[in-house]
Design a protein around this ligand. Structure first.
Ligand code: F6P
Length: 459
């Protein structure tokens, strides 16, 4: 693998110098360099790379009593949004809302913002005095924040990828507000970056990690990566890695245009909890994975340890469970990687993030793909837009219609199944009325749509 890795190192050197590493979007991908009072809470609104890093870091590093407690809206689920706002209760008045979106136009984030702004209006609060935006300059979000006069706007540079933005304002602002030492996070990332610039493969942690992935999955993603941190505070690491690895490496074509369908699937929560869920299958069942153990040597802060049996602490059990599982998997020819961390500190978390970001970049070079775009996600977004357009076009009629009649009026006869789905969803939310039949037998139903309400049924 030496020649391939030397090529990967050269690619990475060019990337750091500002080469266009994302050719089809014509973008540079450089790691970023960075620059209490009346608020009691932070509400972060964002999705994907604009949420997963801050969520991971909050879980890993926020102190037990942070100066500001953070909550997240990371979806367009109305019930989920209501839940977050309800949990804030009267503290909405002292909540700093950080809206994070690199593009500034992601629908889920826009919807979260509109819902939160509605809650502010209903509570008689001025959102602009509590809103902050992190986004690219001149994006829709940036312009909204500027026109409405929000508290602050933090820029995101074009060359900071969404899923590699944790070390930019995206991750650092929420972390700092929770009292996390962001300078230490940056120091950890910087030390790791330095180590990962070595072109001596054995001295380069990210190269070794990427090589392990290549070896374990035959360079074609033939095995899944199960990430098992043995530390509760690192629970969200696998969820964070899921996007970093899968959105970066899951690609249909390589850089030469060959269809390769590359990728590496990532899942996992934490040990030893998962030992009581799926480790049985890992040890004895289908051999379609490799494990990454994240081992943390320090159990508790100094001076807090306690022996629950003579000579044995709770942390000794956790350690024993990890070592035992590792040995048990090995004895049945199941491969594993172990990443050892002294202690979960801001420096270690910064280093872990930098390690995996770099490993993904090197691995992408090894398998010759663009790690920095996400054309597959765009396809889903486009299709979602089409469903909403179809729903809007269904809004006219006032007499009850069959699904076929609705499809005809929408000029979308071939979309009858999608129309049925739209009607079922609208009916469940009292925005369409099933006048005859029921949703369980689509052919039987006649539907009132548009402006109609229950009274329409009787007039
Ligand atoms: O930060 P934005 O632009 O709102 O995007 C959110 C996420 O959406 C994606 O574009 C697609 O899932 C991710 O790459 C990104 O992290």
């Amino acid at each position: 693998m030496e020649p391939k890795l030397q090529k990967a190192f050269a690619d990475m050197r060019e990337l750091e110098k500002g080469a266009i590493a994302n050719p089809d979007e014509g973008r540079m991908i450089k790691p970023p360099s960075c620059p209490t009072g009346r608020f009691t809470q932070v509400l972060s609104v964002g999705i994907g790379g604009s949420a997963l890093g801050p969520q991971f870091v909050a879980e890993a590093l926020a102190p037990d009593n942070p100066p500001l407690k953070i909550r997240f809206i990371d979806n367009t689920d109305p019930a989920g949004i209501d839940h977050q706002i309800a949990q804030l209760g009267p503290e909405l008045a002292s909540t700093l809302v950080i809206v994070i979106s690199k593009s500034g136009g992601t629908p889920e984030t826009r919807n979260g913002l509109l819902e939160v702004q509605k809650a502010f209006r209903e509570a008689g609060l001025d959102f602009s005095k509590q809103g902050v935006a992190i986004t690219q300059e001149n994006s829709l979000l940036d312009n909204t924040a500027r026109i409405e006069g929000w508290v602050a706007r933090f820029p995101m540079f074009d060359w900071v990828g969404g899923r590699t933005s944790e070390m930019s304002a995206v991750g650092l602002l929420p972390a700092a507000l929770q009292g996390i030492d962001i300078k230490e996070m940056l120091v950890g990332a910087s030390i790791m970056d330095e180590a990962n610039r070595s072109t001596v493969v054995k001295n380069n942690p990210a190269a070794l990690l990427a090589l392990c992935w290549y070896w374990a999955s035959d360079g074609v993603g033939s095995k899944d990566m199960v990430v098992l941190p043995y530390k509760d505070s690192l629970l969200l690491f696998s969820r964070y890695l899921q996007q970093l690895v899968m959105e970066s490496l899951g690609k249909e074509f390589d850089l030469d245009g060959n269809r390769v369908n590359q990728g590496l699937s990532v899942y996992g929560n934490k040990g030893s909890t998962d030992q009581h869920a799926y480790i049985q299958q890992l040890r004895e069942g289908v051999h379609n994975f490799f494990v990454t153990f994240i081992e943390v040597l320090r159990d508790r802060p100094p001076g807090h340890d306690w022996e629950l049996e003579p000579g044995v602490t709770c942390g000794d059990y956790l350690f024993g469970m990890m070592q035992g599982t590792r040995a048990a998997l090995y004895s049945n020819d199941r491969e594993s990687i172990t990443v050892t961390v002294q202690e979960v500190t801001p420096r270690a978390v910064g280093a872990l993030i930098a390690l995996y970001e770099r490993a993904v970049g090197l691995y992408a070079s090894l398998v010759n793909i663009n790690a920095y775009h996400q054309p597959g996600v765009e396809a889903g977004k486009k299709a979602a837009g089409e469903v909403l357009a179809l729903q809007k076009s269904c809004k006219e009629p006032v007499e009850p219609l069959t699904l076929e009649e609705i499809a005809d009026r929408c000029h979308a006869a071939e979309e009858i199944e999608m129309i049925y789905k739209i009607i079922a969803h609208m009916a469940a939310n009292d925005r369409a009325i099933i006048a005859e039949g029921n949703c369980g037998s689509p052919r039987s139903i006649k539907v009132f749509l548009g402006e109609c309400n229950v009274d329409d049924l009787f007039t």
